[in-house]
Design a protein around this ligand. Structure first.
Ligand code: ATP
Length: 229
């Protein structure tokens, strides 16, 4: 399968403090790649560079055959990067339907398809987002990203802080998306859940990619060393 996203020797800084020291990985079309590592190792920074929220110091990012390195973030979104950022909220004052329709772009994803994936959103289509539970809001935020018909869905800690039962629902939806052929870049702390969707894992340590492999191979001592689990 061809590469959808190629990150090569990415370096990035916050002012004088360097956060990424040469991160490289490849995500193939239709695959799910997990970006892993303990807190502060550079996962969110890597995603910020890919989505052009942050300018890299150096390195190359190519997506769907285009060099992203020089594009502003609104252009990157139009190329098909659907980001669900850490801690993101829906538009509180808009209804579920309005939230979804505001994000809609032409393609295979419709409100009906999002509601088939997350039936709770169908039940609450006319409710304002601020009246939803945290888990339902997160489903709405993922639904919004899907409504843009992304070539790549990027999930940064999409189940953080949610109740176990809601987490399970969201992971089931992520597995369903993967089965439907959606390419996914996912950051999460749960190795057990990641193992059910990720084809490949990349571990970051202090801003470097220090390990690449399958989730099954990342267990025991390795998981302890890199993830502290
Ligand atoms: P977490 O799981 O905690 O989100 P992470 O792996 O996503 O961790 P990053 O958020 O990418 O890590 O952080 C990488 C490094 O950059 C850390 O040393 C962090 O302290 C630093 N950093 C992150 N955001 C900023 C910022 N806005 N200003 C300065 N330094 C930052």
């Amino acid at each position: 399968m061809s590469a959808l996203l190629e990150v090569e020797d990415l370096c990035a800084s916050y002012g004088a403090s360097q956060a990424l020291f040469g991160v490289s990985f490849t995500l193939k079309e239709g695959c799910a790649l997990a970006l892993m590592g303990r807190n502060g190792m550079g996962k969110t920074t890597t995603i910020a560079c890919i989505t052009r929220m942050m300018a890299a110091n150096s390195g190359r990012i190519s997506f769907a055959g285009q060099d992203l390195s020089r594009l502003p973030s609104h252009r990157a979104a139009r190329l098909g990067l659907g980001l669900v950022p850490e801690g993101r909220r829906a538009f509180a004052g808009l209804t579920v339907r309005e939230n979804l329709m505001a994000a809609a772009r032409r393609g295979e994803w419709t409100m009906a398809r999002v509601c088939a994936l997350f039936p709770r959103l169908a039940e609450r289509a006319g409710q304002r987002a601020e009246t939803l539970s945290g888990g339902e809001q997160q489903m709405l935020v993922i639904g919004r990203a899907l409504m843009t018909n992304p070539k790549l869905l990027i999930l940064d800690e999409a189940t953080e802080g949610l109740a176990p039962v809601v987490r399970a629902e969201i992971w089931a939806a992520i597995r369903e998306l993967k089965a439907q052929g959606q390419s996914i870049l996912v950051v999460d702390k749960s190795l057990r859940e990641l193992a059910t969707v990720a084809d490949d894992c990349v571990v970051l340590e202090r801003g470097r990619d220090v390990w690449h492999g399958s989730p099954a191979a990342l267990s025991g001592d390795l998981a302890q060393q890199y993830l502290g689990v």
